[in-house]
Design a binder for this molecule. Structure first.
Ligand SMILES: [Ca+2]
Ligand SMILES: [Ca+2]
Ligand SMILES: [Ca+2]
Length: 184
C-alpha cells in the first residue's frame, strides 16, 4: 500500500509528465515535451541534444510507463500509475532492481542537463518544468532545497539520490520528495 506521502509525490510526477494535461500519460506527451523544449531553447529539429532527450524518453516509456498500461491502449491513467508504483516499491527492495533504477536515473539526468555541462542549473530545472507545461514560480525555491550540498547545481550523484528519495522515501524530510514540485 502506498502511503499518503508517496501518493502525493506520484500524483505530482504524473501531472508533470502528462504534458497536455488530459489526464493520461502517453508517448505523445513526451513528444510534446520535446517540442516545447525545442521551442523554448530555439533548437532546430536536427539538434543533437534533442535527439538524445528523445532517445532517453523512448527508454523511459518502455521501462517505466508501458508496463503500467494495463489495458494496452497506449495511455496510462493515474490509477494505472499508482498501481504500478505500488508494485515497483515492493520490487525495489531487491538489489538488482535498485541498481537498475540507479542506472536509469543516471541516464535520465541527461534529459535535465540541457546544455550538457554535467550539472543541472536552477535555470535548466526551471526550463524543464516550463516545457512540462506547468507554472514555474516555485522552481527557484525548490531548487535550493534539492541542491543537497548547496553548490548551486545538481550533480549526477545528487540527482540519483534525489530520485531514489522521490520514488521510495517515506521520510517527510527527504529533499528528494520535492524534485517534481512543492508537495506541502
Ligand atoms: Ca496526456
Ligand atoms: Ca547543465
Ligand atoms: Ca549540488
Amino acid at each position: 500500500m502506498l502511503t499518503d506521502l508517496q501518493k502525493t509525490k506520484f500524483e505530482m510526477h504524473f501531472h508533470i509528465r502528462d504534458t497536455d494535461k488530459d489526464g493520461f500519460v502517453t508517448k505523445d506527451d513526451y513528444r510534446k515535451f520535446s517540442d516545447n523544449i525545442a521551442e523554448l531553447l530555439d533548437w532546430t529539429p536536427d539538434n543533437e541534444k534533442l535527439a538524445q532527450i528523445n532517445a532517453i524518453h523512448d527508454g523511459v516509456w518502455e521501462f517505466f510507463w508501458k508496463p503500467a498500461d494495463r489495458d494496452h491502449d497506449g495511455r496510462v491513467s493515474l490509477e494505472d500509475h499508482l498501481a504500478m508504483m505500488d508494485v515497483m516499491i515492493e520490487r525495489s527492495k531487491d538489489f538488482a532492481v535498485l541498481e537498475q533504477s540507479r542506472m536509469h536515473s543516471e541516464v535520465l539526468f541527461n534529459a535535465f542537463d540541457l546544455n550538457g555541462s554535467g550539472r543541472i542549473s536552477a535555470k535548466e530545472y526551471k526550463q524543464f518544468f516550463a516545457a512540462a507545461g506547468v507554472d514555474t514560480d516555485w522552481t527557484d525555491t525548490v531548487f535550493e532545497r534539492i541542491d543537497i550540498d548547496k553548490s548551486g547545481t545538481i550533480t549526477v550523484d545528487e540527482f540519483v539520490l534525489l530520485h531514489q528519495q522521490f520514488f521510495s522515501s517515506n521520510d517527510p524530510d527527504s529533499p528528494g520528495n520535492w524534485f517534481y514540485g512543492p508537495i506541502a
